[in-house]
Design a protein around this ligand. Structure first.
Ligand code: SF4
Length: 885
C-alpha cells in the first residue's frame, strides 16, 4: 500500500488523528492529522514514535497449536471443537472471553454478539474493567445511562479545570497540551490538580491538593456541603431535572469540615480555597481518570463528583461538566457494544428483560445471556477454581495487568484450554496458550474506535497483513460459524459489522437510549472507507445533534431525572506495621500498557528505561536506599524489585511504581503481582492504587550496565531491566555475588563468539570490571560493573554502538566509561523527539535560557510533540531556584 492514510492513534483515550505515509521504499512516517478534532495536528511522544513500532520482530505470523505451527483451519476447528464440547458438557458459563479496549469496535461487537447471543453466556469481560468501569457504574447510577456529557472543547472553555486522579500531562498528553495552551492564552483560567503525588500535570496547577490516597469521596462530599452552605446550588435545575438531593445533602451534612480535613490530610487553607473557587466559578470542568476509577470506592468517587455538577447545574453546557477520561483507545467503543460482562449491546441493560428481548430479536439469536457474567477478577477466580474451562484472551496481557497477577498466571496455566489472539508470539500471557492466533496490528487493521469525548474515528490500514495474521473479528466470526451459527456471522468486511452495530443502536430507539448512531446504519463500501470522525449521537434522519448531553435534563432514568447518590467517605488507610507504605501504580509518559509496541522504540525507551519506585527523600533515608539503588516492594500477594527514584514530588509514606514492565523487559517488575484483588463493590473494578506494602533496600554485591548489538538472553542476575536502544539494547543489572568469569558471562548473554577476546580490566580493589567486545571497528557489547550503581553516561555508551572504533585510544576511552571532553554526556533523555538530555537543558539554562520557550529555541527540546514541556519547566525552575540560593 502507498500514499497518505488518515487513521487514529492506537494508544490512549484522547484518540488523536494520525496521517501515516508509506514511502516507495516502504518506510512509514506519521504526523498528526490537522483536521482531526481531537488533536488538530498534535501528537504526543508515543504517537510521534508510532512508525518505530511497526517492525515484524517478535510478531506472531501464523497460528500455533501447542507451540507448533498450524493452519488456520486446524486452529479454528480446534477452538470451536473445544469450546463446543466444554459448553455441551458444562454449560455456557463454563467458557469465557477476556478481551480488550485495544480491540476495534467491530472486533468487540462480534465478540460480544457471539458470547451473549449465541453461546448464551455473559462471560465476556475486558481489560476496560481495570480502566473505567467505575465511571460506567457511576454514570449509570446518576444518569441512567453510560453517558459522557461533555467534549474536549470544554476544557478550553472552562474558567476552572479540576483534574482529580489524572496525570493528564503523561497519560493524555495531547489533551494536556490543549489545556496548557488555553491557560497560556487566558492566564486567569484556574487549574486545580488533586493527586497524592506532585505529578508533571501539577506544573500548570494554580493549586495542587496532595490528597491522601482514596480520600476523594470525603473531598467531594465536603465540597457538596460547601456548595449548599454557600448558596451555589442551582435550585431550578435540581428541582426540574434531578431526584435524591435531600438524601445526598443529609449524607454530606454528616461529614464535618474537620472530618474532611482529617481524611484528606489537606491544609485547611488549601481546602477552603478549592471550595471557594469551585463555588464561585460557573464554568467548571472536573476531569477524572484512574486515580478515581482504580479504587475500592471508585463508583462512589464518581458519584461524589457528579453530585457536585448536578447540584450546580453545571453539566452539558460549554465549559462545564464532569469528564471521565478513558485510558484506552477504544474503551468507549467497548462500552457501546456492551463489551463488559454486566452490559448489553448498544448501551442496553442486561438486567432489563425488554432490552434482552430487543437485542435477541435484532440478532435473531438462539439465546441471550440472562444475567451479568463474570467481571475480570471473578472471571480469573472462576478459571482458578475450574468453573471456567475454556478461555479466549484477545489483545491483552492479564498476566501483567490483572491484580494478584501471579495467581492469575497460575489460573491461566492450569486452565484446560486457553486461546490467545495477539500480535506478538511471546508475551507473559501468550506463553500459556494452547492455541495462539495471529492478529492484525495497528497499520494493518480496519475499523473504528471511540475516544473519551464520544468521537468515533476510523482506524485505516496502510500496511499489508504480515504472514497469516487476520483480523480479530474474522477469527471470532469463523469460530461462530464453526459453532453452528453461520447465518449470524457472514461478515465479509468490517463495514458490514459497523453498519449492523449502528442499526442495533437505532433499533426501537425513539430517544430512549443515549447511544444512537442510526445515521450510519447503511454505511457500506466507500462510505465506510471515507467516514469522517463524528461524535455520537447521530440518529438517522436528523441533522447533526447537539454534541453535549443534559444541559436541559433529559436523563435516561425512567422519569427522565438524574439521581444524586448519597455517598459516604470510607476509611481508606490500609497500611499497618508490616506494610507501612501506600503503593500507587500508574503510567509513565513514553510507554503504553505492557510495552508490546512502545517497547520496540529506542526513542521512547530513552526517557525512562527501567521500572522504578518513586520515593520521598526522607523515606529513602529511613530505608537506607540511595538514589539509583534498588528497592524491593512487597505485599502479602507478591514482590517486585525496581530502581529507586528519590524525589520531593512524592508524598511521605507513598510509593509510585509504573504498571508497564513485564517479564520480557525485567527480572521481577510486574507490579500487579503485588496488588491484591480488592474491587469496587458496585463496578467490580480492581483497586490498582492504595495498596499497603513493605519496602526495603534490595541488597546486591554488584551493579552493572551494558550495551549490546544483540538482544541479551538469559541474563541470570538478581536484577535486570532490558530496553531497546539506538543500534541495539541497553541492560541494567545487579548481581547478588561474583560470577566466576565475567567475560564468559558476557559472551553467553550477548551472543558473542567465543573467539572474540574482550578489551578491559578487573580492579580487585574497587571491584570494578570493564569489558568491551569488538568485531573489527564495531562495538559488539560493553559491560561496566561496580559495587555501587554504575555512573557511566548511558546515552554516550549507547552511542558507541553506532560509532567507528578505529584506534586504541578510543577503545580505551570506552572501557574507561568516560566521554571525551569533545563529547559531553547529554544525560538522561527528556525530549524524546529530538533526543535532548537533562545535562543539555541544564547547560542551556545556565547560559541564559530561562524559560521553556528559550530552551526550545536553543535546543529544539519541547518544540515537537510537547510531551516533555512540563519536565523542561521543572528543570528550568530547579536551576533558577538553585542559582538564587
Ligand atoms: S495523546 Fe498521544 S497516545 Fe494519546 S491518542 Fe494522542 S498521540 Fe496517541
Amino acid at each position: 500500500m502507498e500514499g497518505a492514510v488518515k487513521t487514529t492513534c492506537p494508544y490512549c483515550g484522547v484518540g488523536c488523528g494520525v496521517i501515516a505515509t508509506v514511502a516507495d521504499n516502504g518506510a512509514v512516517s506519521v504526523r498528526g492529522d490537522p483536521d482531526h478534532p481531537a488533536n488538530y495536528g498534535r501528537l504526543c511522544s508515543k504517537g510521534s514514535a508510532l512508525a518505530e513500532t511497526l517492525d515484524l520482530d517478535g510478531r506472531l505470523l501464523h497460528p500455533e497449536i501447542g507451540g507448533q505451527r498450524a493452519s488456520w483451519d486446524e486452529a479454528l476447528d480446534l477452538v470451536a471443537e473445544r469450546f463446543s464440547r466444554t459448553i455441551a458438557e458444562h454449560g455456557p458459563d463454563s467458557v469465557a472471553f477476556y478481551v480488550s479496549g485495544q480491540l476495534l469496535t467491530e472486533d468487540y461487537y462480534v465478540a460480544n454478539k457471539l458470547m451473549k447471543g449465541f453461546v448464551g453466556s455473559a462471560n465476556i469481560d475486558t481489560n476496560s474493567r481495570l480502566c473505567m468501569s467505575s465511571s460506567v457504574a457511576g454514570h449509570r447510577r446518576a444518569f441512567g445511562s453510560d453517558t459522557v456529557p461533555g467534549c474536549y472543547e470544554d476544557l478550553e472553555l472552562a474558567d476552572l479545570v479540576v483534574l482529580t486522579g489524572s496525570n493528564l500531562a503523561w497519560c493524555h498528553p495531547v489533551l494536556y497540551q490543549r489545556l496548557a495552551a488555553a491557560k497560556a492564552k487566558r492566564p486567569e483560567m484556574k487549574v486545580v490538580v488533586i493527586d497524592p503525588r506532585r505529578t508533571m500535570t501539577a506544573d500548570i496547577a494554580d493549586l495542587h491538593l496532595a490528597i491522601r490516597p482514596d480520600a476523594d469521596v470525603a473531598l467531594f462530599v465536603g465540597l457538596f456541603a460547601h456548595l449548599v452552605s454557600s448558596n451555589a446550588i442551582d435550585q431550578n435545575y435540581v428541582a426540574a431535572h434531578t431526584a435524591g438531593f435531600a438524601e445526598a445533602f443529609v449524607a454530606a451534612g454528616a461529614v464535618s469540615f474537620d472530618e474532611v480535613l482529617e481524611r484528606t490530610g489537606l491544609p485547611a487553607m488549601q481546602l477552603r480555597e478549592f471550595f471557594r473557587l469551585f463555588a464561585a466559578t460557573e464554568k467548571v470542568v472536573t476531569c477524572y481518570s484512574q486515580g478515581v476509577n482504580q479504587s475500592s470506592s471508585g463508583t462512589d468517587k464518581v458519584n461524589a463528583i457528579l453530585n457536585c455538577h448536578l447540584a450546580t447545574g453545571r453539566i452539558g453546557r460549554p465549559g462545564m461538566g464532569p469528564f471521565s477520561l478513558t485510558g484506552q483507545p477504544n474503551a468507549m467503543g467497548g462500552r457501546e457494544v456492551g463489551g463488559l460482562a454486566n452490559m448489553l449491546a448498544a448501551h442496553m441493560a442486561i438486567e432489563n428483560a425488554d432490552d434482552r428481548d430487543r437485542v435477541q430479536r435484532f440478532w435473531r439469536s438462539p439465546a441471550i445471556a440472562e444475567k451479568p457474567g463474570l467481571k475480570a477478577v471473578d472471571l480469573f477466580q472462576a478459571v482458578a477454581e475450574g468453573r471456567v474451562k475454556a478461555l479466549w484472551i484477545m489483545a491483552t496481557n492479564p498476566v501483567v495487568s490483572m491484580p494478584d497477577a501471579d495467581a492469575v498466571e497460575a489460573a491461566i496455566r492450569a486452565c484446560p484450554f486457553v486461546v490467545v489472539s495477539d500480535i506478538l508470539k511471546e508475551t507473559d500471557t501468550a506463553r500459556h496458550a494452547h492455541v495462539l492466533l495471529p492478529s492484525l496490528g495497528w497499520g494493518e487493521k480496519s475499523g473504528t474506535v471511540t475516544n473519551s469525548e464520544r468521537r468515533i474515528s476510523r482506524q485505516r490500514p496502510f500496511l499489508d497483513a504480515p504472514g497469516q495474521a487476520r483480523a480479530d473479528w474474522w477469527q471470532l466470526a469463523e469460530v461462530g460459524r464453526r459453532l453452528g451459527f453461520a447465518e449470524a456471522f457472514t461478515y465479509a468486511a468490517p463495514a458490514e459489522i459497523f453498519s449492523e452495530h449502528a442499526a442495533l443502536s437505532a433499533f426501537e430507539n425513539a430517544g430512549s437510549r443515549d447511544f444512537d448512531i442510526g445515521a450510519h446504519a447503511r454505511l457500506i463500501g466507500q462510505a465506510y472507507e471515507a467516514l469522517a470522525p463524528f461524535q455520537w449521537p447521530q440518529p438517522a434522519g436528523q441533522a447533526r445533534a447537539e454534541s453535549r448531553f443534559f444541559a436541559d435534563g433529559g436523563f435516561y432514568h425512567a422519569d427522565g431525572k438524574a439521581r444524586f447518590v448519597a455517598v459516604r467517605p470510607v476509611d481508606a488507610d490500609r497500611t499497618c506495621a508490616d506494610y507501612p507504605f501506600t503503593l500507587n501504580t500508574g503510567r509513565i509518559r513514553d510507554q503504553w500498557h505492557t510495552m508490546t509496541r512502545t517497547g520496540k522504540s529506542a526513542r521512547l525507551s530513552a526517557h525512562i528505561a527501567e521500572p522504578f519506585a518513586e520515593l520521598h527523600p526522607r523515606d529513602a533515608i529511613e530505608l537506607g536506599v540511595g538514589n539509583a539503588g534498588l528497592v524491593e516492594i512487597e505485599s502479602p500477594r507478591g514482590k517486585a524489585v525496581v530502581r529507586a527514584l528519590i524525589t520531593e514530588r512524592q508524598a511521605r509514606g507513598s510509593i509510585f511504581v509504573p504498571m508497564h514492565w513485564t517479564d520480557q523487559f525485567a527480572a521481577n517488575a510486574r507490579i500487579d503481582a503485588v496488588v491484591p484483588a480488592i474491587t469496587d463493590r458496585v463496578s467490580g473494578q480492581p483497586a490498582s492504587k492504595n495498596v499497603a506494602v513493605a519496602a526495603r533496600r534490595f541488597k546486591v554485591a554488584h551493579y552493572a550496565f551494558a550495551v549490546s548489538h544483540a538482544k541479551p538472553t538469559e541474563a541470570d542476575a538478581a536484577y535486570w531491566a532490558l530496553a531497546k536502544a539506538d543500534g541495539g539494547w541497553r541492560l541494567e543489572l545487579a548481581f547478588a555475588g561474583p560470577v566466576e568469569n565475567w567475560a564468559d558471562w558476557c559472551r553467553r548473554v550477548f551472543s558473542i563468539p567465543k573467539t572474540v577476546e574482550p578489551l578491559g580490566y578487573a580492579d580487585a580493589q574497587t571491584g570494578d570490571v570493564r569489558l568491551a567486545f569488538f568485531d573489527g571497528t564495531r562495538l559488539l557489547a560493553a559491560f561496566f560493573l561496580a559495587c555501587e550503581p554504575v555512573a557511566v553516561a548511558r546515552n554516550w555508551a549507547i552511542a558507541q554502538l553506532g560509532a567507528e572504533h578505529t584506534n586504541m585510544r578510543k577503545r580505551f576511552g570506552l572501557v574507561a566509561g568516560r566521554p571525551g571532553a569533545d563529547k559531553p554526556d547529554p544525560g538522561a533523555t527528556i525530549c524524546a523527539c529530538f533526543g535532548v538530555g537533562v545535562n543539555q537543558i541544564v547547560a542551556a539554562v545556565r547560559s541564559g535560557c530561562h524559560s521553556v520557550e528559550a530552551v526550545g529555541v536553543a535546543l529544539n527540546a519541547g518544540t515537537n510533540c510537547g510531551s516533555c514541556r512540563a519536565e523542561i519547566r521543572g528543570i528550568v525552575d530547579g536551576c533558577l531556584a538553585t542559582a538564587a540560593e
